[in-house]
Design a protein around this ligand. Structure first.
Ligand code: AMP
Length: 220
């Protein structure tokens, strides 16, 4: 078993392992803590990712934020991604894995990263695994944010009225949900097979969900 279980050493803590925070399981040679957030658009990954990253003192890495920034600044990456993003489709795996590799090469990523919406296809999941493995790392946990479709649509509609993101218009939202169902949902099964997924019911207040995240990570 990889990821969480690779880094955990329950044999060192046979009686109390379930009570110890995730960070307690890290062996001295494996100090990075890599947590990946998954869930449909509007599930609250961004909000919870920011809270978690601050609590753990780790950088949060969201491909969506990075790409939006690139579009705003008109960089070559932004020019490639703009139309695809605005239509609510997925940017190519090659582009995404290129930015992940760059991000993980940065010194501030050496102690681990909170990945927010970074993996949306099975090839991306395989690629991120490889990139982490090149650094002797593996995902410690995948947090999956569970939300009903009705709640998602209500949240995206509300966000549209506040942030006016071009990809929150109804046609783009429909494409994003379709991309999620067809390409991203199978990634969950891929991670489930590796035993690293923890489900977070993502309905309730921001504080309530943050508390569930904390518990899911054994109070980390
Ligand atoms: P987000 O802010 O995470 O909802 O991402 C906004 C948009 O950026 C998505 O609808 C995609 O067009 C693009 N994007 C972000 N992350 C990825 C990814 N890992 N793979 C493909 N496209 C992505």
């Amino acid at each position: 078993m990889r990821g969480a279980l690779r880094k955990w050493a329950p044999s060192y803590f046979p009686l109390t392992s379930h009570l110890l925070p995730l960070t307690s399981y890290l062996l001295p040679s494996e100090l990075a803590l890599d947590i990946l957030l998954m869930g449909p658009p509007g599930a609250g990954k961004g909000t919870q990712g920011a809270i978690l990253a601050q609590r753990l003192g780790l950088p949060k890495f969201a491909t969506g934020d990075l790409l939006r920034d690139a579009v705003k600044q008109g960089t070559p990456l932004g020019r490639k991604a703009k139309a695809v993003m605005e239509a609510g489709h997925l940017v190519s795996d090659d582009i995404i894995l290129g930015v992940v590799r760059e991000e993980l090469a940065k010194p501030n990523a050496a102690k681990g990263v909170v990945f927010d919406g970074v993996v949306r296809t099975v090839p991306q999941a395989e690629g991120v695994d490889r990139i982490l493995a090149d650094q002797g790392r593996a995902l410690d946990a995948v947090l999956f944010f569970d939300v009903t479709d009705a709640e998602l649509l209500a949240r995206l509609e509300k966000r549209r009225s506040i942030e006016s993101r071009p990809d929150d218009d109804p046609k783009a939202v429909a494409n994003r949900l379709l991309a999620y169902r067809e390409q991203t949902a199978p990634v969950l099964a891929w991670y489930e097979d590796r035993g690293v997924v923890r489900h977070i019911p993502a309905i309730g207040s921001v504080d309530e969900v943050a508390e569930r995240v904390r518990h899911a990570l054994n109070h980390a």
